[in-house]
Write a protein that binds this ligand. Structure first.
Ligand code: PGA
Ligand code: ZN
Length: 422
């Protein structure tokens, strides 16, 4: 790749889909090429995530302001990078990590480094005159092969829905669709059927959670799964063939003193594993994310062993996209799929290392949005460029999610790449 000479890094505070501040950054190269990007933000976060720097000034946005991160980009990062010639994304990210000097990026803030990292990638793609997904593929040294399979939020509970149901996400996976276009149509039709079903069953108004999932007062965890199957059937689709499902239990958030508080039930780790396994036998689940807590290292290998012949054991909070945790999980055979969130680790380069570690162990990869998102659509390009098996964006009713689905439709139309089949 040619040289990318940095002329200016700029930043601003903007608002995310929850009305909380986040960071927008812009990068200008001396060639005149520019790129901008914004950072998403989680609510159901893992403890090993890179640090999101917040101002802490309680008089502004309840302490959630991002002026410090913005200032870090405009000041320190801009000053240190200006005039510098970079030959790669890895070089740019390494310089930021070096400047920060902490293991969790807590000095500059991972919300600053993510926006800067992706803005730089966009500016480089613009200088090269290639689409962002193609540039991402080259960063990872991968050919463009496929589009990711969709996993789309239908029902929400946990931290995204006022904790009124214990399981965080029930997702639809349009396994029978031949492309993204058809997959989205099928998902939207099941979502519509689910809204009717919920009204009939629970007489509740249409309440939507942070990612746009429906969240009535489900009587128990299992109803979230069985209602999803009912909604699929209501559209005359065959569960498991036309439409499959995925589950994000996000169980770190109901793990108490070594047990799992699933609604009114208190389950030991082995009872929780049995419960998750029973769900995977009863419902057409292609993956279970965070079926156990991020701290329950001892039991993850057992969960994977029980699921491995029919369903993926997917780690989100458990792995936090951290190469070190992924290495440990590979060695322990504790999972077989990675949920990849760039802001959990702070730079594209570290996220790329996480993805390639996962791939080299034969794992599947899901590129994922956060519950707090912006209208930026770089995630779609990343999932295509890095040949991820799945993409997790949220539901189909809010523009910060649709920006990414619509970008996938554009990439599909432009490339005619096939959808990934696992
Ligand atoms: P988040 O959670 O609120 O941390 O973005 C999303 C998820 O658990 O997948
Ligand atoms: Zn999760």
């Amino acid at each position: 790749m040619s040289a990318f000479i940095l002329e200016r890094l700029h930043a601003r505070e903007i608002l995310d889909s929850r009305g909380r501040p986040t960071v927008w950054a812009e990068c200008r190269l001396s060639s005149g090429a520019t790129g901008a990007a914004s950072t998403p933000s989680g609510a159901s976060t893992g403890r090993a995530e890179a640090m999101e720097l917040r101002d802490g000034d309680l008089n502004r946005y309840g302490g959630l302001g991002c002026r410090k991160s913005v200032q870090n980009i405009r000041g320190q990062l801009h000053e240190a990078m200006r005039g510098h010639s970079f030959s790669s994304q890895a070089e740019f990210d390494a310089k930021m990590i070096d400047l920060d000097g902490t293991p969790t990026l807590s000095r500059l803030g991972a919300n600053a480094t993510v926006a800067a990292s992706v803005a730089f990638a966009r500016a480089c793609a613009a200088q090269r005159g290639v689409p962002l997904y193609r540039h991402f593929a080259e960063i990872a040294g991968l050919p463009l092969r496929s589009l990711p399979q969709l996993t789309v939020n239908l029902f929400s509970g946990g931290k995204h829905a006022g904790e009124q149901a214990p399981l965080q996400d029930i997702l639809l996976v349009p396994t029978g669709a031949k492309n993204v276009d058809e997959g989205l149509e099928a998902v939207v039709s099941v979502y519509r059927a689910a809204t009717k079903l919920i009204w009939k069953k629970y007489q509740q108004r249409l309440l939507r959670a942070d990612e746009g999932g429906l969240s009535p007062l489900f009587p128990d965890a299992e109803s979230m799964l069985s209602d999803a199957v009912e909604a699929i059937i209501a559209t005359r689709r065959t569960p498991g063939a036309d439409m499959s499902m995925a589950l994000d239990a996000a169980s770190s958030h109901f793990y108490r003193d070594g047990n799992y508080q699933l609604g009114p039930e208190r389950l030991s780790p082995s009872a929780m594993i049995d419960r998750v396994e029973a769900w995977t036998r009863r419902y057409p689940l292609v993956s279970v994310e965070d079926g156990l807590s991020e701290d329950d290292w001892a039991h993850w290998p057992m969960l994977r062993q029980k699921l491995q012949d029919h369903c993926l054991t997917l780690g989100d909070d458990f792995l936090c996209t951290q190469p070190e945790r992924i290495r440990r999980a590979i060695a322990a055979k504790a999972a077989d799929a990675l949920l990849l969130k760039v802001n959990q680790v702070g730079t594209l380069t570290a996220a790329n290392e996480a993805a390639s570690l996962a791939r080299s162990a034969g794992w599947k990869v899901t590129v994922s949005a956060r519950s707090g998102e912006t209208e930026d659509d770089w995630l779609a390009d990343l999932a295509v460029g890095w040949s991820s098996d799945f993409i997790k964006i949220g539901s189909i009713t809010q523009s910060e999610r649709l920006a990414k689905y619509n970008r996938l439709l554009a990439i599909e139309a432009e490339t005619s790449l096939p959808i990934r089949r696992s």
